[in-house]
Design a protein around this ligand. Structure first.
Ligand code: UT7
Length: 331
């Protein structure tokens, strides 16, 4: 029996209303709009307001994805939230999203692979669906990065933004959908990008201590890792799929820095136009950045049914991952 084809059948996104521009950040840290634009490509980012939480964004993105898939919420049998900035450690953000959506038939869990989470989630959903145990999986990339940034550290606070985007993954027309994935990790680089004093690593010297749970990054080393790993995982993905780079219409990379994705494009010998970029509007939204970019492409009519695209993520862990997808969804 041939393996059934599974792919993206619905897509949605939700962003906080509050926009913080580079100019706004000039009064927060010693930075300039010019530095941020030149060194990263970022112009503005969205920031969650007080009273709004990650599960609110995730649930809205999820509802929109379900309506775009033309199915009812009861038809979702699993919710996976890829996030590196969960609302709480317990319960999972996925359970909070499930409750807000009323997705009562769905199992729910969080997937922690930092900014690479969405590419891991695509492969996991694909395997679960192919085995026949599930019909419709809602995969949400959601981040509240600004709740974890050190607003006194100019080398990190200017980079991140909040947002969520979701896809429904289910059966698609034969020959379309998720073709293959390439995932990897190297825990030896775990200290290059971390929230060190978090989770069960939190230690109190004395009760009442204020705990600093903020992102720490060795930017230069993470930059080099990203420029090395993007072409490497794409080459490995193409090798295992027997597809040529020339056949790829668009590469949708994790949005961390425009200079990273353009350097990777140069290494791959492809034009910058093939490397999708929306970092100017949203900054680095972690595991949400790839589905957010896919949502933009779908809505702008830049994806045709049958187009071969690659999604590629990288981030803390260190982790990386890529997926080859023959596009199935068109608005
Ligand atoms: O999603 C997870 C993955 N994350 C990433 O992939 C991020 C990877 N890293 C990067 O994107 C870049 O390394 C950064 C954007 C973080 C930094 O860019 P850079 O061009 O590598 O800057 P740098 O760290 O080499 O710093 C150059 C200068 C330094 O000043 P000095 O030492 O030359 O006087 C920094 O202090 O720029 C300074 N600087 C800033 N200046 C103005 C660092 N941040 C800022 C800032 N505004 N916001």
């Amino acid at each position: 029996m041939s393996k059934k084809s599974v792919g993206i059948t619905g897509i949605g996104a939700s962003l906080p209303k509050k926009i913080v521009t580079n100019k706004d950040l000039e009064s927060v840290v010693d930075t300039t709009d010019e530095w941020i634009r030149k060194r990263t490509g970022i112009e503005e980012r969205r920031v969650l307001e007080v009273g709004q939480n990650l599960s609110d964004l995730g649930a809205q993105a999820g509802k929109d994805a379900i309506s775009s898939a033309n199915i009812s919420v009861d038809e979702i049998d699993m919710i996976i939230v890829a996030t590196g900035s969960p609302e709480l450690i317990w319960p999972s953000t996925a359970c909070l999203v499930q409750q807000k959506m009323g997705a009562n038939s769905a199992a729910a869990f969080d997937l922690q692979a930092a900014c690479t989470g969405f590419t891991y989630g695509i492969d996991i959903a694909c395997q679960l669906l192919s085995s026949g145990g599930y019909k419709n999986i809602l995969l949400i990339g959601a981040e509240a990065m600004t709740r974890y940034v050190d607003w006194s550290d100019r080398s990190t606070c200017v980079l991140f933004g909040d947002g969520a985007a979701a896809v429904v993954i289910g059966e698609v027309e034969e020959g379309l959908g998720i073709i293959s994935s390439d995932l990897g990790a190297d825990g030896n680089g775990s200290d290059l990008l971390e929230i060190p004093n978090s989770g069960s690593a939190i230690t109190h010297d004395k009760l009442g201590d204020v705990i600093d749970q903020t992102i720490k990054m060795n930017g230069a080393d993470v930059f080099k890792f990203a420029v090395r790993v993007i072409p490497a995982t794409i080459e490995s993905l193409l090798n295992k799929s027997g597809v040529m780079l020339e056949d790829i219409s668009l590469i949708v990379p994790h949005q961390a820095n425009k200079r990273i994705t353009y350097s990777a494009a140069e290494k791959l010998g492809i034009s910058k136009e093939v490397m999708v970029s929306n970092i100017s509007k949203y900054g680095n939204t972690g595991a949400a950045s790839i589905p957010l970019a896919l949502f933009g492409l779908e809505n702008e009519g830049r994806l045709e049914k049958g187009d071969l695209i690659i999604t590629v993520g990288f981030g803390a862990g260190l982790t990386w991952g890529s997926n080859l997808i023959k596009w199935s969804k068109t608005s």
